[in-house]
Design a protein around this ligand. Sequence first.
Ligand SMILES: Cc1cc2nc3c(=O)[nH]c(=O)nc-3n(C[C@H](O)[C@H](O)[C@H](O)COP(=O)(O)O)c2cc1C
Length: 317
Amino acid sequence: MTRSPFPKSPITDLFGIQYPIIQAGMVWVSGAKLAAAASNAGCLGLIGAGSMKPDLLRSQIQKAKKLTSKPFGVNIPLLYHLVEEQINVCLEEGVKIFFTSAGSPKKWTQYLKDHGAIVVHVTSTPELAKKCEEAGCDAVVVEGFEAGGHNGRDEITTMCLIPQVVDSLKIPVIAAGGIGDGRAILASFALGADAVQLGTRFALTIESSAHDNFKKAIQNAKSGDTKLVMKQLVPVRLLKNKFYDQVIELENRCATNDEMNELLGKGRAKAGMLEGNMDMGELEIGQVSALLKDIPTCEQLVQDLISEYHKALTRVS
Ligand SMILES: Cc1cc2nc3c(=O)[nH]c(=O)nc-3n(C[C@H](O)[C@H](O)[C@H](O)COP(=O)(O)O)c2cc1C
């Protein structure tokens, strides 16, 4: 392995990767192609299992194994009903790195560790991060309010979250939320993070399976075009569109969870992010979208992140 342009990190040793950069697990966006490309570029690529039935997940893992010989992992949101099957498919396929999210770290961590896996749990408050450590996780991802996709209710920004967590935990901390370029990576390290997880930035790459319409919408997003909604049900940061307007209308008249579930229906996220329905699809994306204009390959992106990081380092020193 060649010398990393980033400071030494326990995360690169933990996963056996070159750079302390994780490509976030993302429903409908991070399949085998993106995960393998991110891993081939020196990061840790993650297949986002949340949108996959067990058979599809198995075939995506098999595909990733063909596309890369580097380590990659699987992200499993614990809120779906097929979690047990998904986990067992991963173990049967020899997956050794799990990023769990959207649930209690107590539920699956020990089981996965008993099967020889490395387990990282994603969370959004210092208190929950402590619970991840107590549950035996090898590391935590702490995700600030800026992040795309599902998020916590407490609106803690990455800038406030990271130092609080690193001050109280012994296990490595991976910062997420609003990290879109090398400057933000440097800032995360300055706050004490051991690595970074990037979602929105990797959604806007050639290898991401986001629909072209969705990629164009991300490129055109301005600051203020995303908002955290559905805090009552499952908080999620969305790009504003007609579907978003309807969500706000329901929230403004204090609609019940049943009404919200009815609006959500089935397949909203797939329609938006994978099939490109920009009006009525659910478009999960982070605040940092306002900064992103290009659609690089993962390889190009990583080179850009490194050079931006070093430019920022020179500036502050
Ligand atoms: C399109 C999209 C889908 C996401 N899906 C998931 C998911 O399935 N599981 C998960 O743990 N987090 C998910 N997230 C959150 C990311 O894993 C990551 O933590 C977040 O994007 C980081 O913030 P950033 O978008 O500002 O980089 C998603 C984010 C996006 C943008």
